[in-house]
Write a protein that binds this ligand. Sequence first.
Ligand code: HPA
Length: 273
Amino acid sequence: MSEVYEKLKGCYDAVRKMTDFEPEVALVLGSGLGDFADNIEVEGEISYKDIPGFPVSTAPGHVGKFIYGRIGDKKIICMKGRVHFYEGYAISDVVLPARLMGMLGAKVLILTNASGGINENFKPGDFMLITDHISSFAVNPLIGPNIAELGVRFPDMSEIYNHELNDKIRAAAKELGIDLKEGVYLQTTGPSYESPAEIRMFKTLGADAVGMSTVVEAIAANHAGMKICGISCVTNLAAGIAKYKLTEEEVLEAGAAAAPRFKELLIKFIGEI
Ligand code: HPA
């Protein structure tokens, strides 16, 4: 058994000692969206620190716990606070939570995040359905011995973001009158924001939004056979597109301002899965 899988299995066993809850849907909440968990009919919570070996997030706006329960008739597990590569964790630790939620039973993974808008048709507060991603500026989470218990050595990535789930998100947005944007999300390692020259490069490469998460989790979850979808909240215009400097406060404030609409969209969508 690989070391990474051994650790994952240890976390799984620890969680199973605390609950036999089997989620259908897993949800990762991005910056500023943490209080979405208030919409869950909670059955239980597990602090990351109570799972031996589990990486504990240090990022502002990220509380570290799993909350599980129901939204309507769906059994959901929600990560309040994710782990980022820029915090200094091994990439295998960054994707451990997504893999763990899959092992607990979740077939669907909903990834959310905050991003900088590159596409000139985007404005702060917009939501972007992630239709594809660019992983070339992040570390691949599958590097190392393949975990055959989860998936194959060279997994296909031609439809990472599931078309049927995407159609349901589009339909939910339409019903709510949300002008849902769509595009390609590019992940950097962070933690520095991008330079204007980098943003011009990313634009040339086909990216519509940029952020510091999501792609690596999507790769690991896709490897493990989960159905994935992603929605990004464009909290700011990317460097050089905005004529002012970027700050963490701006990202968190814009995320918080968009959160009520984001929640409505998620709840409607989850009801349709
Ligand atoms: N760049 C990278 N990550 C981000 C940004 C950005 O402009 N906004 C929110 N997360």
